[in-house]
Design a protein around this ligand. Structure first.
Ligand SMILES: [Zn+2]
Length: 75
């Protein structure tokens, strides 16, 4: 995982929630244009995230983070 992938991985939650500042959002968007792995990951995650928020209305538990790591490894 490169440093930009790491950045995306650490900040996707705030990015999807719209809580990142403009500079950070742009950094993620720029990277997504160049990295199909992260683009695919965020596509999958945002669908999962929206479902989770709708069903549970809680922030992602730490157990979800480990399942996301497994998801990353599969891509
Ligand atoms: Zn990436």
């Amino acid at each position: 995982m490169g440093p930009e992938c790491q950045f995306v991985f650490e900040h996707y939650n705030d990015y999807i929630s719209g809580e990142l500042d403009e500079h950070q959002s742009m950094r993620i968007e720029r990277h997504l244009e160049q990295c199909s792995k992260c683009e695919l990951f965020l596509g999958k995650y945002s669908a999962l995230h929206i479902k989770t928020v709708k069903l549970l209305r809680v922030s992602a538990p730490s157990s979800l983070k480990s399942s996301i790591s497994e998801l990353m490894a599969e891509i």
